[in-house]
Design a protein around this ligand. Sequence first.
Ligand SMILES: Cc1ncc(C[n+]2csc(CCOP(=O)(O)OP(=O)(O)O)c2C)c(N)n1
Ligand SMILES: [Mg+2]
Length: 353
Amino acid sequence: MTVSFKFDSLQYLDTDGAVVFEPLPEWANDAAILIPLYRTMVETRAFDAKAVALQRTGQLGTYASSLGQEAIGVATASVMTADDVLLPTYREYGAQFWRGTTMAEILLYWGGDERGSDYAGPRGDFPISVPIATHACHAVGVAYAMKLRQQPHAAVCFVGDGATSKGDFYEAINAAGVWRLPVVFVVTNNQWAISVPVSKQTAAETLAHKSVAAGIAGRRVDGNDCLAMKQAATEAIDNARNGRGPTLLEALTYRMSDHTTADDASRYRSAEEVDAHRLQDPIDRLRRYMESRGLWADAEEQELHDATAQRVEQQVKVYLDTPAPAPQTMFDHLYATLPRAFDAQRQAVIEEK
Ligand SMILES: Cc1ncc(C[n+]2csc(CCOP(=O)(O)OP(=O)(O)O)c2C)c(N)n1
Ligand SMILES: [Mg+2]
């Protein structure tokens, strides 16, 4: 017996920003909705370029770029309330900026300063999870607490395509399904897990198919189409908040950058492949769409770029002007009470100064 499931991908805009699927959501003509989305994507990209430059000039430890993936985080976060909880990976700055985490905090984080994970803004949000997929289980815990407290909130957990191969991910979607938890797993399918392409990662037809075995809703969306991304996230988060269960939302995109500044992607993929994906750029697509509707023009574009450059510089200054933490603070957040075995090490670090 053969059983098959089909997951279409939601898409409204083609690569020129022309509408290919209707009806559009009502808000798709509303400049007050679209411009902040566009602005945050542009800011995220400007930040990204600056962060890479800081790393290349020895002013940042390492950095994972979100180039080309900006729509996913920004559009999803735009649907969240302050009481929802974000559990990000290391490539979701767009979502974090939308929610109030600052560029300076992200720079501190990649500069190796723990204070960069102590967000002044969204206090309930989780820090960046570099361990792959472990935070999917934390998202289940967060959502379980929301359900227990009968709160109409959602936990939103971002993972990569590679993360969906981890046991933590399967355990998380299984538990989310059986307990019908208010959680959305946004799978950022950027086609690569460092040097491993999705085709070598799974035999599943799509990553959305993984929802079937967990008994949860599955959806695919063009993650470089900001409108489609916002609409799909709206439905998934609304379902979570209103007791209609979890969703696995597979957002299709492409990792335009190296995996991190410690990687050289030209060793395992061709320039032609990367170039082909430039056409899909989420920022260009939304801009062309807004221009075609008379919602955006060159003068506003220039103004935004100037303001963004200033903002990024100001945040870089905050980062560079922050005195480095004392070396012994590396022990501060390891345990509630530091085990005795670490006392000597901590003391040695203090004395070495
Ligand atoms: C538990 C764990 N195992 C291995 C790694 C090393 N590692 C860092 S990133 C990565 C690939 C992740 O790929 P994906 O989930 O697709 O996310 P992307 O980097 O593409 O955003 C791996 C294996 C890690 N950080 N954590
Ligand atoms: Mg990936």
